[in-house]
Design a protein around this ligand. Structure first.
Ligand code: ARG
Length: 341
């Protein structure tokens, strides 16, 4: 084996000095078992970008939907979470009705990194339709940023132009129902491995028969058995990069016919498709009148945070630590190279 591999920070997603190291799972053990319906309990911190979006006045935890942190103060989720919640059935766009919990695995028992936030702003996609479930995407701005740590990290959103590349294993996670026939949410976060399913097959007559939009992804299993379910909506479909130790937030859980049925896998909103929309809503649009920022300047928090927010831990994995790690690795390689000669 040649040891000439050079390791560079350049390939890290969003490596513009703003968001180094998104999609990292510092607490995850190497393997995620495949047992959500048909899932298994997730380890604390296993999916550090997932949040629980809760009805502040609801019973129990009040959990309604999942979501994913894409910056310290923005959560990407599904629009339908705010439109036709199970109870009460009216549109619920009043921000005071909601609460967002990050850094949590068991909803009834908050951990050391659990952080609760209020909602400052709710942005539903203007073209969201509750009839066709198209454009099922929303952004939630938190009242103040979360602090990152081993159990709280940001997701990487794949930039629009690139084809869904370099993806290997995909996983769903959420506090949704673990039984297709019963309501109610899980107390402990569930996770399951799923497969991306060819959209054409997914849209074919014996499957979803044309109900899948071009901005949807299907994931699950042709034979069913493992799937997201009610209460998982808004949460992440996360896929591992083939080339690096990080995950991409590829989809947002949207809908399905029943749960875990054969030929009716979970339907997800493709995040890549809404990349530009996401940037624009967060005020990072490239088509503004100001000079366009470089292509890679993606999900940094707005550049002028209020003074008290500036003191919060920066969310991206500390660049210094990463650099230390890489230089150690380089050193090791050098040594190995030396001993090889
Ligand atoms: N719409 C559901 C929710 O509000 C999520 C459904 C996912 N269904 C599925 N079969 N994968 O939580």
């Amino acid at each position: 084996m040649g040891l000439s591999t050079t390791i560079s920070l350049e390939e890290w997603p969003g490596d513009d000095g703003l968001k180094v190291g998104c999609g990292l799972r510092p607490m995850a053990t190497t393997s995620s078992k495949s047992r959500v319906v048909g899932g298994t309990d997730a380890q604390p911190g296993a999916w550090p970008w997932i949040v629980s979006i809760q009805d502040a006045r609801g019973r129990g935890s009040g959990h309604i939907c999942g979501g994913s942190l894409i910056t310290p103060e923005w959560v990407l989720t599904a629009a339908h979470c705010f439109v036709k919640s199970r109870a009460p059935p009216a549109p619920r766009r009043d921000v005071s009705e909601w609460r967002v919990v990050a850094g949590v695995t068991q909803l009834s028992r908050h951990g050391p990194e659990t952080q609760q936030r209020q909602v400052r702003r709710l942005v539903l996609h203007r073209d969201y339709s509750s009839v066709t479930e198209s454009h099922d995407v929303a952004l939630v701005q938190l009242d103040r940023p979360v602090r990152c740590g081993p159990r709280v990290q940001l997701a990487c959103v794949p930039p629009a132009p690139a084809a869904l590349p370099r993806l290997s294993h995909c996983y769903v996670s959420g506090w949704g129902s673990t039984d297709a026939r019963a309501a109610g949410s899980a107390d402990v976060l569930q996770e399951a491995k799923v497969q991306l399913i060819d959209p054409q097959l997914c849209n074919s007559s014996r499957w979803y028969a044309g109900a899948i939009h071009e901005h949807n992804l299907c994931a699950g299993y042709p034979q069913g058995g493992i799937d997201t379910c009610q209460g998982d909506s808004g949460g992440p479909l996360s896929c591992q990069d083939r080339t690096g130790p990080y995950f991409w937030l590829v989809g947002v859980t949207s809908w399905g016919k029943g749960c875990a049925r054969a030929r009716h896998p979970g339907v997800y909103t493709s995040t890549q498709h809404f990349y530009d929309w996401i940037l624009a809503q967060m005020g990072l649009s490239t088509e503004a009148t100001t000079p366009p920022p470089p292509q890679t300047a993606s999900f940094s928090p707005p550049s002028q945070p209020p003074a008290e927010q500036a003191s919060a831990e920066p969310c991206p994995f500390p660049r210094k630590k990463l650099q230390e790690f890489f230089s150690l690795l380089q050193e090791l390689l050098q040594k190995l190279r030396g001993s090889e000669a």
